[in-house]
Design a binder for this molecule. Structure first.
Ligand SMILES: NC(=O)c1ccc[n+]([C@@H]2O[C@H](COP(=O)([O-])OP(=O)(O)OC[C@H]3O[C@@H](n4cnc5c(N)ncnc54)[C@H](O)[C@@H]3O)[C@@H](O)[C@H]2O)c1
Length: 402
């Protein structure tokens, strides 16, 4: 099939690769010209997509990256994979989804199937995407949803072996979605309406957000009780049923866990229901950089003005360079606001806010905070950086930790 994917980011680029490898003719559209220049030059900016894989797709002639919306005109299927962030009032911001829908409406020169992969509240496909496309298009399009479940950096679960939900606004839209996605995905599960798929996606991430908050709360309690949270968790995890282990940490980051539950809370709010678990979990998770900051100031003692602190890992996730909503960055800001000199090391992020990753030398710092651990951060690299190490990741033993 001729398929266009709007948005060549963490979701859209891997999807475009999988589609091209399955033999479809794929246009990868992105409004960010620098991303397109990189892609055309065979340079990947997504960790899960290797340079050889990208180049293979380009060489096959099946994948064409472009920043020109006109290129989508003859596609049989157009997939939306654009960001769905929160605005400054922390409410759903559907501007990217609306602009992608407008692009489809304005540039399609035939009927097509529009599939949404962007995460949003129930009703987005039916009440936002369809009317926006139709406002600009004289063609009769069909509409479906198949929420992406990608877990960047996960070596076990990928686009092929992770089961996928889907639903069409019409039976034929669902059928064509199944036909297309079954060319690169092993298991597809049809649900009765797009709203079920939209809400299931939000609930999956809300489940993680709430459980991470619960274990962060346990960490605060166990710390006050003087008991190791990790030992408690290992002990509880010996129960073979009815328990699932989540790890405490500096908070939550990225495009999904801190954002998606607020989309569900928004949908609840529209029906005059307050999503109390979501509000509470947001509060607990957002408080973790404060909790850690306070503990670090206690360790540094009264003369912290002349102390130099190193934070290792400033992305939100191990082995990923994405710093969106990263709690490590919150910690940097809080420590600096308290008057502590803070530098950071992250060879994946390399540059952030006109600052560069600091190189690690033997005992260069008074204290090292392991905020997020990438694979290159060996025990010896971490321990040699300073005499005192504070571990937020639960991956070091015999040192100060959450
Ligand atoms: N990152 C994840 O792990 C993940 C997992 C599952 C679902 N999602 C969801 O998938 C969606 C996309 O997330 P992402 O992480 O891929 O975002 P991203 O920021 O990595 O990529 C989105 C891309 O869309 C482009 N874009 C925005 N508006 C456009 C337009 N009108 N036309 C063309 N290009 C446009 C941007 O330039 C950007 O490159 C979001 O709704 C997100 O919640 C993300």
């Amino acid at each position: 099939l001729k398929v266009s994917v709007i948005g060549q980011g963490y979701v859209g680029l891997p999807l475009a690769m999988s589609l091209a490898e399955a033999g479809h003719e794929v246009i990868g559209l992105d409004s960010d010209s620098s991303k397109i220049s990189n892609l055309l030059a065979g340079k990947t900016y997504i960790e899960d997509i290797s340079t050889p894989r990208l180049n293979e797709c380009l060489k096959s002639g099946k994948y064409s990256p472009t920043d020109s919306p006109k290129a989508i005109a003859n596609s049989e299927v157009v997939v939306i994979a654009v960001p769905t962030p929160l605005n400054s009032a922390r409410e759903p911001d559907l501007n990217f989804v609306k602009s992608a829908s407008e692009v489809i409406g304005q540039h399609m020169k035939r009927d097509c199937l529009v599939i949404n992969e962007s995460t949003s509240f129930p009703g987005t496909l039916r009440n936002v995407i369809k009317p926006t496309v139709e406002k600009f298009s004289k063609y009769t399009h069909e509409y479906a949803i198949s929420p992406e479940r990608v877990d960047p950096g996960n070596k076990t679960w990928n686009m092929k072996n992770t089961p996928r939900l889907f639903a069409g606004l019409t039976k034929s839209a669902g059928n064509l979605t199944q036909e297309l996605y079954s060319t690169f995905c092993d298991k597809l599960i049809e649900v009765s309406s797009p709203e079920v798929a939209e809400t299931a996606k939000l609930f999956e991430n809300t489940f993680r957000q709430v459980n991470i908050a619960l274990v962060n709360e346990l960490e605060i309690i166990s710390n006050a009780l003087g008991i190791s949270v990790y030992e408690i968790l290992d002990a509880a995890n010996s129960k073979p049923y009815g328990f699932m282990k989540f790890k405490p940490g500096l908070g939550v980051g990225g495009h999904c866990i801190p954002v998606d539950p607020t989309y569900l809370a928004y949908a609840a709010n529209e029906k005059n229901i307050r999503a109390e678990f979501i509000d509470l979990a947001n509060r607990v998770n957002n408080s973790m950089p404060d909790v850690v900051c306070e503990r670090i100031l206690n360790i540094l003692g009264s003369n912290f003005a002349d102390k130099k602190v190193l934070i290792m890992g400033i992305s939100y996730k191990a082995n990923i360079s994405d710093v969106r909503e990263s709690p490590s960055i919150e910690l940097i800001k809080k420590l600096r606001a308290a008057g502590v000199e803070v530098v950071w090391n992250d060879d994946l992020v390399r540059e952030w806010s006109s600052e560069s990753s600091t190189s690690i030398g033997a005992n260069k710092f008074d204290l090292t905070i392991l905020a997020m651990r990438h694979d290159y951060m060996t025990d010896s690299l971490i321990y040699e950086s300073s005499k005192v190490v504070f571990d937020c990741t639960g991956t070091l033993s015999g040192t100060l930790s959450l």
